[in-house]
Design a protein around this ligand. Structure first.
Ligand SMILES: *Cc1c(COP(=O)(O)O)cnc(C)c1O
Length: 387
């Protein structure tokens, strides 16, 4: 009998199929502009650096507010280059949150420095400034706050602690281009900011790409050298660098998409507001905690992440209804095998660990239709018996 009731309940919510992120829908709106940019680069046969890269570096300043912008091959490389510019290496410690994409801490370990994990705030999912100072030692060389899901970390207290101890701050802004903190664009607050143009980021290329921002001319100069083998002029090597350039093709495509970024961010915000309104109408706000954008913050919603202790059951229920969701992130970095040598155990970063079992991201991209958002919320209401 109970299975019959379940069937009726499920079929009362019409099944709707749509992707978690629909890059094809976005491309359809800019197809001609993108194709003409691609043709322009192909006709020029300039693929490495060149005018498209410098033009993009110039134009992206409108979003980052930083004085210098240095394109590179990926967001992960941006973090690596930023740490290399600070000469981070063996014996150094760098503080980062463990509830983030692997590259945040991987870049530290890759340079044989030690990632020191500091826990997050339960509401914003970002580095908790109150947990930061206790992690600082004589070896601490830098702090990497992450602006997770498109919301800025609480930068004022983080910067105050960093200044007090004379430690550099690298903003991991991979998910947060256009996001603001008390009127300042992310990437313009710390010593350097790191951006990613991975296709699923708010400004996504047709492949990998990244960028570093800084207001420090000496760091900017160093970063420009480090991304081309440590070379200022051909076959002379001042530093041990790497090959990490932004492709001309990517730069040309990103220039097209940059023009639409504010409009797309507004679309994401509109969708977030609709989710909140519908959660309220269905009396779901006590059951699923929607993301917050504290006063003075501009959230750009790379993800719209709710939390609930029933996360896995809710995800399965929505999946049966054809509603796509994703889990960012199912495992904290301090408990991953790749970081096993640090000797962490469950309980070391309790808020991060709790978020990893409770957080669930819902579709949020600009091109989502109102009925699709309604279907998501109806599915959640159905799960809680509040349809
Ligand atoms: C995507 C991402 C990166 C890495 O960027 P890639 O371009 O994929 O290398 C780093 N940090 C965070 C928080 C990210 O989301």
């Amino acid at each position: 009998m109970s299975s019959k009731v379940a069937e009726v309940a499920v079929s009362s919510t019409p099944k709707m199929q749509f992707p978690f992120l629909d890059l094809k829908a976005q491309f359809a709106t800019i197809r001609e502009e993108v194709m003409s940019a691609v043709t322009r680069v192909m006709d020029s046969q300039v693929f490495i650096m060149g005018p498209e890269v410098s033009a993009f570096e110039e134009e992206v300043k409108s979003q980052t507010g930083a004085e210098f912008t240095i394109g590179c091959a990926s967001g992960s490389d941006a973090l690596l280059l930023a740490l290399m510019a600070l000469e981070v290496g063996p014996g150094d410690e760098v503080i980062a949150p463990p509830f983030t994409f692997v590259a945040t801490a991987g870049s530290i370990a890759r340079l044989r420095a030690k990632p020191v994990f500091a826990d997050i705030d339960a509401v914003t999912y970002n580095l908790d400034p109150a947990k930061l100072e206790a992690k600082i030692t004589k070896k601490t060389k830098a702090i990497i706050p992450v602006h997770l899901f498109g919301l800025a970390a609480d930068m004022d207290p983080i910067m105050a602690i960093a200044r007090k101890h004379n430690i550099a701050v690298i903003e991991d802004a991979a998910q947060a281009i256009g996001s603001k903190y008390k009127g300042k664009a992310v990437g313009s607050i710390g010593s350097m900011g790191c951006f990613s143009f991975f296709p699923s980021k708010n400004l996504g290329g047709a492949g990998d790409g990244g960028l570093i921002t800084t207001n420090d001319p000496a760091l900017a100069e160093k970063l420009r050298i480090l991304r081309v083998h440590g070379s200022r002029s051909k076959y002379e090597y001042q530093l041990l660098g790497m090959n990490s350039r932004l492709d001309s093709l990517q730069a040309a495509i990103l220039r097209v998409k940059l023009k639409h970024l504010d409009k797309w961010a507004a679309g994401r915000e509109r969708n977030a507001d609709l989710y909140r309104k519908l959660f309220h109408e269905h009396k779901l706000t006590d059951l699923v905690q929607p993301p917050v954008a504290p006063d003075g913050y501009v959230h750009v919603y790379n993800q719209f992440t709710i939390r609930t202790p029933k996360r896995d059951a809710l995800k399965s229920h929505l999946q049966r209804l054809g509603i796509p969701t994703e889990i960012y992130y199912p495992h904290c970095l301090h408990l991953q095998p790749a970081f096993a040598d640090l000797g962490h155990k469950p309980g070391d970063c309790p808020e991060s660990e709790k978020a990893s079992v409770e957080a669930l991201s819902l579709p949020i991209y600009t091109e989502l239709k109102q009925q699709q958002i309604e279907a998501v919320v109806n599915g959640i209401a159905d799960f809680y018996g509040r349809a």
